[in-house]
Design a protein around this ligand. Structure first.
Ligand code: NAD
Length: 332
């Protein structure tokens, strides 16, 4: 199939180029993000390949259907950016990459936790300035702390294993409890109890209408003072305004985020010569106890290879008209 690949970065191209010769598909790599202004670039292609911040809303899907592009492969796990009802209405098939190295994301969540708990981000800058003072760098042990995990799917499970390895007490909340995790020593609780008892809270559930702004003024009140919140899932799980307020009052002691509700206009781009107009991210960046990465939790060689392999497999199945293993559709 001829595939228009939107929002392409050099690392996407490298991983796909290695595997494409084994498949009968041609990729055209396009830098622009997919939205109503760029969707016409899909004209003449059999399928499009899209990423997390590409728009797959009603107007874009309508135009794709009009262009007779009725196959979409997402090179990501989350699909909250897709209007599934409209896709079904227009007869558009959608596949995703359900799991690609969940350990990549879980390990990044721990990279954020450890940087914040041991202040390595500050130490790095200090030592580069020949400042070897330890003043203000006292951290805390993870061993013996209680970590609350919200969402224990593929990534949440990998996260729990790491946390148990650190000697933490691991609490979890999910709509479906994992027997395997319970056997390993993870304790499932109701959401409120988890929030009240956890010193570190890590979010690994998808963004749905039910989880949007899960971290808000009310839920923050339940948490212990000085709590660490880690979000490597989706930005809108957190209501940023309330989190900023809680950072000011020191209710939140540490915040590590790889995702941000308004990331679409910021992330995956070099804006080093620009003036940032987003007042919330600049406020977040001003706190010494906030660590932000730009949606890079997935970015390991292993994960990129898996994304390319599964995406090409999805295209093979679409072309062959087979039952799709990784199809995304509205739950009936
Ligand atoms: P998954 O589908 O394997 O697991 C999600 C879990 O969340 C499931 O166990 C599900 O039952 C649970 N869940 C659903 N609704 C819930 C709710 N209301 N409350 C509590 N739990 C709920 O997904 P995954 O592969 O573990 O990925 C989790 C999320 O991580 C994805 O949805 C995606 O948004 C995000 N992600 C981020 C990156 C990154 O680079 N930052 C990369 C991959 C995935």
């Amino acid at each position: 199939m001829n595939v228009a690949c939107f929002s392409t970065k050099s690392y996407d191209r490298e991983s796909f180029d290695q595997l494409i010769p084994k498949h009968a598909h041609q990729f055209t790599y396009l830098e622009p993000k997919l939205d109503k202004h760029t969707v016409s670039l899909a004209e003449g292609y059999d399928a499009i390949c899209a990423f997390v911040n590409d728009h797959l809303d009603a107007p874009v899907l309508k135009k794709l259907a009009a262009l007779n592009v009725k196959k979409i492969v997402l090179r990501c796990a989350g699909y909250n950016q897709v209007d599934l009802e409209k896709a079904a209405e227009y007869g558009i098939q959608i596949c995703r990459v359900p799991a690609y190295s969940p350990e990549a994301v879980a390990e990044h969540a721990f990279a954020l936790i450890l940087s914040l708990s041991r202040k390595t981000h500050k130490a790095f800058n200090r030592v580069r300035d020949n400042n070897f003072s330890l003043e203000g760098l006292a951290g805390f042990n993870l061993h013996g702390k209680t970590i609350g995990v919200i969402g224990t799917g593929a990534i949440g499970k990998a996260f729990c294993s790491i946390a148990l390895g650190f000697g933490c007490k691991v609490l979890a909340y999910d709509l479906i409890e994992s027997k395997e995790l319970k056997t390993m020593g993870v304790e499932y609780l109701g959401l409120d109890d988890l929030l009240m008892q956890s010193q570190v809270i890590s979010l690994h559930c998808p963004l749905t209408p039910g989880t949007k702004h899960l971290i808000n003024k009310k839920t923050l009140e339940l948490m212990p003072k000085g709590v660490m919140i880690i979000n490597t899932s989706r930005g809108a799980l957190i209501e940023t305004k309330s989190v900023i307020r809680a950072l000011k009052t020191k209710k939140i002691g540490y915040l590590g985020i790889d995702v941000y509700e308004q990331e679409e206009d910021l992330f995956f781009r070099d804006l080093s010569e620009e003036i940032l107009m987003d007042e919330q991210i600049t406020r977040l960046m001003s706190f010494p106890n906030v660590l932000i990465t730009g949606h890079q939790a997935f970015l390991t060689k292993e994960a990129l290879n898996q994304i390319a392999a599964t995406t090409l497999f999805n295209l093979d199945e679409m072309e062959a008209g087979k039952k799709l293993t990784h199809e995304v559709k509205i739950e009936s």
